[in-house]
Write a protein that binds this ligand. Structure first.
Ligand SMILES: [Zn+2]
Ligand SMILES: [Zn+2]
Length: 422
């Protein structure tokens, strides 16, 4: 028997209703904040991600699903931002509108070692506001993420923010960090010893307990920020205070991707263990230029849908579609007649079902009651002879024979009398 490949997962009907609700709420909230939906393909050119995320980033080095073909190298997108920016540039939004706000919902792919809260196909709900360097926008996008969590009734999360600064500041940050870590290099994990020269800031992201402790002891104080970046960050925190949004400034927060500048943030949830981020985002003021566009600043975020699901520990129920009527037939001739009626009912938008497994009368009744239908229509030999059908109300138990040609009208009348949730 075939199974889903490692790190991949089916989303079964019992989970789908939760997914739907999340997507609905996301669409509602993002629209409320002025974002329009955009969909980009799941595949992009390989170069798009190596250029934007950085050649030395973990994602580009180890986690890309690359599809090699004769004349091209494609990759299953590992994240959404670079793809949205590609689209923004390709369709000339920078010239047409300048400032735009987009959101997207869809699968992302990374060849990681699967673990709790980490799949190889995972789903992001993300947003990008492109064309402004205003700190108001940094605050707005953090407020938007809180608004979304409130809407889906997720509590006990924590917002962590920091500023990595502009490009020069990041270089300064790197040398400050190198300096502070010089004597401690040997106690870092293997990965971090490698990161020390190539990708020093990623050490701050390391999940190994030892490295975490070491980072904690470094006493980082955002000394790397230039005065402009410092002011920007100060404004962001003041605005968050103004909107009464709780957050903690976390100087070790950097995010693993090269493109981030200035504000970075993360929303975490205790229940998630070491992979505790529900949402991550930040400003990326150089990305658009790095991808061949003009100097256009932007800020964005992405929620991990699977993480939201884990954190919320929703009790999942098997969801059946809401069927209103079930047609029970006895004998082949009645079956055909029932099948025709079923088709008519559906064309009249009455959700209805019948038996496809040659069940007995009793078995068909049981199936109907399992589906929770209110009405059952029975067609047997007698009904066929009289050109009528029997309509039974499953709650009152009342049943009566109705002329075949009047059944739809009668059923609609009965359905019209019961409360909507039935
Ligand atoms: Zn700066
Ligand atoms: Zn480490």
């Amino acid at each position: 028997m075939f199974k889903t490949p490692r790190g991949l997962k089916d989303i079964l009907p019992e989970e789908i209703s939760y997914w739907r609700r999340l997507e609905e709420k996301a669409r509602e909230i993002f629209s409320l904040y002025g974002y329009s939906e955009i969909q980009t393909p799941v595949m992009e050119e390989l170069g798009l991600f190596s250029r934007s995320l950085g050649e030395s980033s973990e994602v580009v080095q180890k986690q890309m699903f690359i599809i090699k073909r004769k004349k091209e190298n494609l990759v299953l997108r590992p994240e959404g931002t670079a793809a949205v920016i590609r689209s923004y540039l390709e369709h000339g939004f920078s010239k047409k509108e300048g400032f735009v706000k987009f959101y997207y919902i869809g699968p992302m792919f990374r060849a990681e070692r699967p673990q709790k809260g980490r799949l190889r196909q995972f789903h992001h709900i993300g947003a990008e506001a492109i064309g402004s360097n205003s700190p108001y926008l940094d605050c707005e996008i953090i407020s938007l993420s809180g608004g979304f969590l409130k809407e889906i009734e997720l509590k006990d999360y924590e917002i962590k923010i920091n500023s990595v600064g502009c490009k020069d500041d990041k270089d300064r940050f790197t040398s400050i960090l190198k300096d502070k870590l010089k004597g401690k290099r040997k106690i870092l994990c293997q990965d971090c010893q490698r990161r020390f020269n190539q990708n020093t800031l990623r050490i701050l992201d390391c999940k190994s307990q030892n490295c975490k402790e070491t980072v904690k002891g470094l006493n980082l104080k955002n000394a790397h920020l230039c005065s402009d970046c410092s002011l920007h960050f100060k404004k962001v925190t003041e605005l968050l205070d103004k909107l009464k949004i709780g957050y903690s400034v976390t100087p070790s927060l950097v995010r693993g991707l090269d493109y981030y500048t200035r504000t970075v943030f993360e929303i975490t949830h205790k229940s998630l263990g070491s992979q505790d981020a529900l949402c991550a985002g930040g400003r990326y003021d150089n990305l658009i230029r790095d991808l061949g566009g003009q100097d256009i600043p932007a800020v964005g975020l992405a929620f991990g849908v699977e993480r939201l699901l884990l954190a919320q520990r929703v009790r999942l129920k098997t969801q059946h579609p809401k069927i209103k009527a079930f047609i029970i037939t006895l004998g082949e001739k009645a079956k055909e007649e029932g099948f025709t009626l079923l088709d008519e009912l559906r064309k009249n938008k009455v959700s209805s079902e019948t038996d496809y497994q040659n069940r007995s009368l009793k078995g068909q009744m049981r199936k109907a009651s399992n589906l929770g239908v209110r009405f059952v229509i029975i067609i047997g030999e007698e009904e066929l002879k009289e050109d009528r059908v029997t309509l039974k109300d499953m709650i009152s138990g009342r049943q009566e024979k109705i002329e075949r040609k009047k059944i739809i009208e009668e059923l609609e009348r009965c359905l019209g009398q019961i409360p909507v949730e039935n």
